[in-house]
Design a protein around this ligand. Structure first.
Ligand SMILES: NC(=O)c1ccc[n+]([C@@H]2O[C@H](COP(=O)([O-])OP(=O)(O)OC[C@H]3O[C@@H](n4cnc5c(N)ncnc54)[C@H](O)[C@@H]3O)[C@@H](O)[C@H]2O)c1
Length: 251
């Protein structure tokens, strides 16, 4: 119960990796807020049914007012915010395509959710994280930022930005006792990914071949890193990106 007494906000936790992280943090004793534009309330009900303390909020992370409401509703219900996981992103719905076929509208929507959404989520929770005295921000980047995977230029660019934002935020927020770290997963068979056959067909084979630990990766493979970075054992770690990918990229 290393997160007992902590309050964690996890964006994009209606399903997939975000939900697995929220569930694991609740298992470690945290009260959790599931913020997602789809399925947040249902996901919170699923957690609450197993006796966990969870609040579901319908939030679009690209909307400033929604992010402000995410912070204020969390404070109203649980009184504090200690952990923010910026997991919401556009990924599993993407169709692989050569970069010259990516429209400006698609580029903007990916960058909006994956980078502006991180900025707005962090900004909205900042004053509560400062008050925590032990604030943690965990961003979700991706191994693609290091490997430069083809056919997802907007997504790869957005996750490279998340690595850089993590480093810069760590420097800006260290004096407030807020540790900022990132998890860079490898290709993970989340529910969303599994529902996109084109994505699975293109990425699963090369991912398996490229891994030292040659098996499929699931959301449950990431939660240990998230709980570690949120907990007391990572108190002196900040600005880092932890690659969790079965040994595909040695960071
Ligand atoms: N699955 C992978 O292979 C993989 C690999 C590396 C990194 N990641 C990262 O891990 C995170 C989760 O991945 P996943 O596979 O579970 O993704 P997913 O696409 O299945 O889930 C993302 C969640 O974000 C939510 N979301 C999207 N736009 C939103 C918005 N504007 N506001 C609020 N919520 C929004 C979706 O509703 C969804 O619940 C993402 O940041 C992704 O980029 C995933």
């Amino acid at each position: 119960m290393k997160l007992a007494g902590k309050v964690a906000v996890v964006t994009g936790a209606g399903q997939g990796i975000g939900f697995a992280i929220a569930q694991a943090m609740a298992d470690q004793g945290a009260q959790v807020v599931i913020a997602d534009q789809r399925g947040a309330e249902e996901a919170a009900v699923r957690l609450s049914a197993t006796g966990q303390q969870a609040l579901g909020l319908r939030v679009d992370v690209t909307n400033e007012d929604d992010c402000a409401r995410m912070a204020s509703a969390t404070l109203e219900r649980f009184g504090r915010i200690d952990i923010l996981v910026t997991n919401a992103a556009i990924f599993s719905s993407l169709t692989p395509k050569p970069f010259e076929e990516i429209s400006v509208a698609e580029w903007r929507s990916v960058m909006d959710v994956n980078t502006l959404g991180v900025f707005l989520s962090v900004r909205a929770c900042l004053s509560a994280l400062r008050k925590s005295g032990d604030g943690r921000i965990i961003t979700l980047s991706s191994g693609v930022a290091f490997k430069g995977n083809p056919l997802y230029l907007h997504y790869v660019a957005s996750k490279g930005a998340v690595v850089s934002m993590t480093r810069s935020l760590a420097r800006e927020l260290g004096a407030d006792g807020i540790r900022v770290n990132s998890i860079a997963p490898g290709f993970t068979l989340s529910e969303g990914v599994a529902a996109n056959p084109a994505l699975v067909a293109g990425a699963r084979g090369p991912s398996l071949v490229g891994r030292v630990l040659a098996r499929d990766m699931f959301p449950g493979d990431i939660v240990g890193a998230a709980c570690f970075l949120a907990g007391p054992d990572a108190a002196f770690i900040t600005g880092q990106t932890l690659v969790v990918d079965g040994g595909a990229y040695f960071h």
